[in-house]
Design a protein around this ligand. Structure first.
Ligand code: ADP
Length: 268
């Protein structure tokens, strides 16, 4: 429990800091986006530079959306709560990723046969996936295999140390369906000492200017806010695997969307 408390205090500090940074960042992004859009109106339809500008504008828009979220996080705005098919979200994310990743890294994607349906915030889920994939990329400077899989587990329960209620057993810890999202790499792996600290805000081994140490702290916060949990397996020289478990909510669950409507109506 003490560990959970320490973690949430750190997240609180992170929230305050992030709010300040996000605000200034948003102003800078407005300038970047404005100029990209201007450049796009000047670039000829057939010019190869167009694709570069479009890709940059797309990334800048995502960044703007992220800072918006960060501001929301600092202000404690509720998460979006909409149906998400992780399979679709991952497919889109992989398209983006291919552009920014060393071609010596092979991306292997194994989706569950059925939609990996959850409820939550699509932008934050994108951020989770991106943070995990970029860490995997950084762990494989010489190339390797990045494997992303989703699976639907009809009966899963959080381990006592990682569950939403941490430590004590709770009715919500009863086995129920979960979606498991796994991101595995064949990179440098981690020692036990590093692994124990990876979710701490500002913990990084990447050196000044390269890592912020916020990626996995954000992943942790988002996963907990979605009532899920996260597990990590890693061995030096072997690679790393992150497993994220999120409550499975099929789209045709009658109570799902209805609950959302009621929630929206009752919140001014
Ligand atoms: P950052 O990427 O800015 O360092 P993170 O919170 O995302 O911050 O990661 C913290 C640290 O966890 C990294 O600096 C690295 O040491 C370790 N780490 C995270 N993912 C991996 C991975 N896939 N393989 C090896 N080490 C990792």
């Amino acid at each position: 429990l003490e560990e959970q408390l320490r973690q949430s205090q750190k997240l609180e500090a992170l929230g305050q800091l992030a709010g300040g940074i996000a605000h200034d960042f948003n102003n800078l992004l407005t300038v970047i986006l404005g100029n990209l859009e201007l450049a796009l109106t000047q670039a000829e339809e057939s010019s190869p530079i167009r694709a570069c500008l479009e890709s940059a504008a797309h990334a800048a828009q995502q960044a703007a959306e992220l800072t918006r979220q960060m501001l929301g996080f600092a202000r404690r705005q509720p998460l979006q709560n909409v149906p998400i098919d992780l399979n679709t979200l991952i497919r889109e994310e992989i398209r983006l990723l291919r552009r920014s990743i060393d071609p010596r890294i092979t991306i292997h994607y194994q989706p569950a046969e059925e939609p990996a349906s959850i409820r939550g915030d699509p932008v934050q889920m994108q951020q989770v996936l991106m943070n995990l994939c970029l860490n995997a990329r950084d762990a494989m400077p010489e190339g390797g295999l990045l494997t992303i899989t989703t699976a639907i587990l009809p009966q899963a329960a959080p381990p006592p140390s990682a569950g939403p209620t941490s430590g004590e057993r709770h009715a919500s810890d009863e086995p129920k369906p979960y979606v498991r999202l796994s991101v595995a790499d064949t990179g440098c792996g981690m020692t036990e000492e590093v692994k124990n600290r990876i979710f701490d805000p500002f913990f990084t081994t990447k050196g000044i200017g390269k890592g912020t140490g916020l990626g996995l702290a954000v992943v942790y916060g988002v996963v907990r806010a979605h009532e899920g949990w996260i597990a990590c397996e890693s061995a030096p020289g072997q690679g790393t695997r992150f497993d994220i478990y999120l409550p499975y909510v099929p789209v045709d669950t009658p109570s799902g969307p209805v609950r959302q409507e009621t929630a929206e109506l009752s919140t001014p």
